[in-house]
Write a protein that binds this ligand. Structure first.
Ligand code: DX5
Ligand code: ZN
Length: 222
């Protein structure tokens, strides 16, 4: 399996000091910067968009940006995130009219496409998409807010998707998002995740490096 990646969600960062917060979390050992985009339409909250992504990219941050789009429609905003320096662009199948077209659009713009599954979204959407994806995101909370409790049925979904990725023989990251903490990350890794989003668990802790290190230790216990 691929090396584990820790992806702090900047949703829980101090937005008044966002640049410093991102530098700090990368300095603390983060592999990816998880960038939650909410539109008060697809999800009941409003966050940050391409201008903020571009500002972080221009700052010269030393980690790839993992843009998680919780917006409807999706296609209009994809080129903006590509220009703004996103590496991964992940969207929700319910939020677009033509899933395959959106995947192609992300790829055409030089980014890596990801598909996100809400807690009650069936995995059938992988049937004709997995061969075109670079990332599958399993939501372990309902999207819209940080600091929610992990929904345990996500573990079974991870196991299922891990088997499908293995059968595909392709290099696809399996990401978990929502309620990930030091004390449940080992079970999450065991279920097959290799990419771990954590917002409140990291930004709410006094020592980002210590928290990320503790997460890595739990994952390594296997
Ligand atoms: C929820 C977001 C998550 C969220 C995770 O819609 O997609 O990335 O910020 O936050 P925690 O880790 O606090 O559950
Ligand atoms: Zn997210």
């Amino acid at each position: 399996m691929a090396a584990p990646w820790i992806a702090p969600s900047i949703l829980s960062a101090d937005f008044a000091r966002l640049g410093e917060e991102v530098d700090a979390v990368i300095g603390a050992g983060a592999d990816l910067v998880h960038f939650d985009v909410m539109d008060n339409h697809y999800v009941p909250n409003l966050t940050i968009g391409p201008l903020v992504c571009e500002a972080l990219h221009r700052r010269g941050i030393k980690a790839a940006i993992d843009a998680h789009l919780m917006v409807r429609p999706v296609d209009r905003i994809v080129p903006d995130f590509a220009r703004a320096g996103a590496t991964y662009i992940t969207f929700h199948p319910e939020a677009t009219e033509h899933i395959d077209r959106t995947i192609e659009l992300i790829r055409e713009h030089g980014c890596r496409p990801g598909l996100a599954f809400n807690p009650a979204t069936p995995l059938d959407y992988l049937d004709y998409t997995l061969e075109k994806l670079d990332l599958v995101l399993i939501m372990s909370v309902n999207p819209g807010f940080g600091g929610q409790r992990f929904i345990p049925s996500a573990l079974g979904k991870l196991e299922h998707v891990r088997r499908r990725i293995q059968a595909s023989g392709r290099d696809v990251r399996l990401e978990i998002d929502g309620g990930v903490k030091v004390d449940n990350i080992q079970a999450i890794a065991r279920a097959g995740a290799d990419t771990f989003v954590a917002g409140s668990a990291i930004f709410g802790s006094p020592d980002y490096a210590a928290t990320i290190r503790a997460m890595r230790e739990q994952i390594a216990r296997g």
